[in-house]
Design a protein around this ligand. Structure first.
Ligand SMILES: C[S@@+](CC[C@H](N)C(=O)[O-])C[C@H]1O[C@@H](n2cnc3c(N)ncnc32)[C@H](O)[C@@H]1O
Length: 321
C-alpha cells in the first residue's frame, strides 16, 4: 500500500460563516465545523455508544454484503469516499474490492485528524493505495474524478448517512452535483439511516454519558480557541429534538440565561435570550423507497439495496445514467 495526502489551505471562511449563521433569526452554525481534532475523536466514541446504533448497522451491512456489492460494480474503478471519518467500516468493502483489482482509494475529508485516522486504519490492506484529500466533498471529488484513467469508472462512497446532514432539497442538489462529476456507469454507494421510533432516535443523539453533548459543545470551544470567542460552556446545554415535518433529528445548543457573547475574530457580539438556541446539526431519516426516488430524480438508478434490520439502515448502490 502507498499513502500520501494532498492538503488544503487553512479555512479562512470560518469567521465569515460563524458571523452569517449567528445573524439568522434561528441562529445556526454549520455542522462541518463540529469536526476539529477533538470533534473527530468524539465522533469515533459516539460511533460505539450503545444508544447510537447507526455505525454498527452500517458496518454490519458492509461486512455481510461486501463481496456481493463488489460483484455488481463496473470494474476497473477508483474509489472516492466523501467524509470518510476513520474509514473503519470501509475496510470490508476495500478488502473485497482489492481482491478483484489493485485499488486506488481517495478519502476526502475536511478534518485532517479523520484523514490521519483513516490512513492508519486502512494502511495495511494489500493491493490498496491511499491518497487522501483534505478538501470539501465536491472539490475533492472533482480532483479524484480527474485522476481516472481511460476505461476506469469512479465509485463514490457516501456512508454513515452523512447525506442526512443536508435538508431534503439540499441533499437532492448535492446528489445532482455529484452526478455532474460522474459519467454514465459510474457508481455511488449511499448509506442512509431509516426512520425509526422517535424515542430511539432522540436517545441516539442525546446519550446518557453526555458524549454527544460534548461533541456539540466542542463547537463553542473551537470558536473560543480559533476565533477568540468568549462562550461560557456552562451557560449552554445540549438539546436533541425531532422535527416531524423535516423527519430529522436536530442538535441545538440552548442558552440557559440571557447573555451576550463576543467573537473577536468574527467582529461580532451576539445577544442570546434565555432558552434561545443555536442549531448545529440535522440528521434526516429516510424510507427505503424514498432513496430510489432520490436517485431517479438526480440522474442515477437504484441498482440494489442492502439492509440492516436490527437498526433499520440501508446501503443503496446507485448507478449514474
Ligand atoms: C458523520 S461523520 C461520518 C464519518 C464516516 N463516514 C462514518 O460513516 O462513520 C462525517 C464526516 O464527514 C466529514 N465532513 C463533514 N463535512 C464535510 C465537508 N463539507 N467536506 C468534507 N468532509 C466533511 C467530517 O469531518 C466527518 O469525518
Amino acid at each position: 500500500m502507498v499513502t500520501s495526502a494532498i492538503t488544503a489551505q487553512p479555512d479562512l471562511e470560518f469567521a465569515a460563516e460563524v458571523r452569517e449563521g449567528l445573524a439568522k433569526p434561528q441562529k445556526e452554525l454549520l455542522s462541518k465545523y463540529l469536526y476539529d481534532d477533538v470533534g473527530s475523536a468524539l465522533f469515533e466514541v459516539i460511533s460505539v455508544l450503545p444508544e447510537y446504533g447507526l455505525t454498527r448497522a452500517d458496518e454490519r451491512v458492509l461486512q455481510r454484503n461486501a463481496f456481493e456489492i463488489v460483484e455488481k460494480l463496473p470494474l476497473p474503478m477508483l474509489v472516492a469516499e466523501l467524509g470518510s471519518g476513520s474509514g473503519k467500516k470501509t475496510r470490508w468493502l476495500l478488502k473485497a474490492l482489492a481482491h478483484r483489482q489493485h485499488t486506488a482509494y481517495h478519502p476526502i475529508e475536511i478534518s485532517p485528524t479523520a484523514l490521519a485516522m483513516c490512513k492508519r486504519e486502512l494502511g495495511d490492506i494489500d493491493s490498496l493505495s491511499i491518497v487522501g484529500f483534505e478538501r470539501e466533498y465536491l472539490d475533492g471529488l472533482e480532483e479524484v474524478a480527474a485522476r481516472r484513467k481511460k476505461g476506469q469508472h469512479v465509485l463514490v462512497l457516501f456512508l454513515g448517512s452523512t447525506i442526512g446532514n443536508f435538508d431534503r432539497p439540499a441533499g437532492l442538489q448535492f446528489l445532482r452535483n455529484i452526478r455532474a462529476t460522474l459519467v454514465p456507469g459510474d457508481a455511488m454507494l449511499l448509506g442512509t439511516d431509516l426512520l425509526k421510533p422517535v424515542p430511539q432516535l432522540l436517545n441516539a443523539y442525546d446519550d446518557a454519558l453526555g458524549v454527544t453533548a460534548a461533541f456539540n459543545k466542542n463547537l463553542l470551544v473551537r470558536i473560543n480557541r480559533e476565533l477568540a470567542g468568549n462562550f461560557s460552556l456552562g451557560d449552554f446545554e445540549h438539546e436533541a429534538r425531532f422535527n416531524p415535518w423535516a423527519r430529522s433529528v436536530e442538535m441545538h445548543l440552548r442558552s440557559t440565561r440571557p447573555q451576550t457573547v463576543t467573537i473577536a475574530a468574527a467582529g461580532i457580539s451576539v445577544r442570546f435570550a434565555e432558552g434561545e438556541t443555536i442549531w448545529t446539526e440535522s440528521s434526516h431519516k429516510y424510507t427505503k423507497e424514498e432513496i430510489c426516488g432520490m436517485a431517479k430524480d438526480t440522474g442515477f438508478h437504484c441498482r440494489a439495496q442492502w439492509f440492516d434490520h436490527e437498526w433499520p439502515f440501508a446501503e443503496s448502490l446507485l448507478i449514474a445514467e
